[in-house]
Design a protein around this ligand. Sequence first.
Ligand code: NAP
Length: 251
Amino acid sequence: MTAPLTVVTGGSSGIGLALARRRAASGERVLLVARGRERLEAAAAALGAEALAADVAHDDGIAALGERLAAEPRIGLLVNNAGGPFRAPLLDHDHAAARDAVDLLYLSMVRVTGLAWDGLVAAGGSVVNVVSVAGTVATGSAPHYAAAKHAAIAWSRALHVEAAAVGVHVLTANPGPVATGAFPHDRLRGHRWARHAVIDDGACAERILRALERGRAESFQPEWWRAAAVAQAVAPGAMAWLARRSRRRFG
Ligand SMILES: NC(=O)c1ccc[n+]([C@@H]2O[C@H](COP(=O)([O-])OP(=O)(O)OC[C@H]3O[C@@H](n4cnc5c(N)ncnc54)[C@H](OP(=O)(O)O)[C@@H]3O)[C@@H](O)[C@H]2O)c1
């Protein structure tokens, strides 16, 4: 029987590519999904993976992906990872940035998981939802990003419960700052102590896969970022003060 497929959205770069590289290196069949064909096809060729260009932020961007996943009898792992920064102001007149953030960072997970569902259930597979520490604490500098990630984290936690009933495992992964193309974190990396908070995409991928192997429901990369989520829950006033301070310093 053919081995189950690993599907990685946002697999052409950063955390998604680092995860895909590790799955391909352990002999898995891997399908990379992203919009930009050139980078996607180069990444897939380097890994011996399959490439499929799709825009997961829109219902009408995923027809080809739907057909491909419907033809796949068993999906061992789906990584919902496609994303990018949204640093638009909180109050724009037509709310376009808020809508775009929700479409990419939250609804894309709902869309692609729906397409992969039958294959995941058939394989008794796993889903990794790459959310963020920003799904547990909100800073003022990227309000729509934080709001969409909060929605994604709630959905991912609920999916964990629903999916367990049919033998599918769901891991909510919450990276802290990871230096990637879309998120270079230059100001953090230029700071004498804050630079230690930034990890690279390979280290992030290793931590996510370790948490998956251990059957964790939710993990942070690195794990000490969990303290931020706990602090938000027990001391929201102190966290708001800290967020105001860090916005002045790091933007
Ligand atoms: N880096 C961090 O500090 C950090 C921290 C916490 C969480 N995260 C999350 O980690 C995920 C990956 O980010 P990254 O840092 O690895 O960024 P990245 O290197 O820029 O990778 C983003 C990937 O998503 C793809 N993508 C973007 N929009 C897409 C769309 N509409 N449809 C399909 N694919 C799309 C990109 O390819 P195309 O542009 O060609 O489509 C690329 O492959 C994101 O969800 C991000 O929010 C990142």
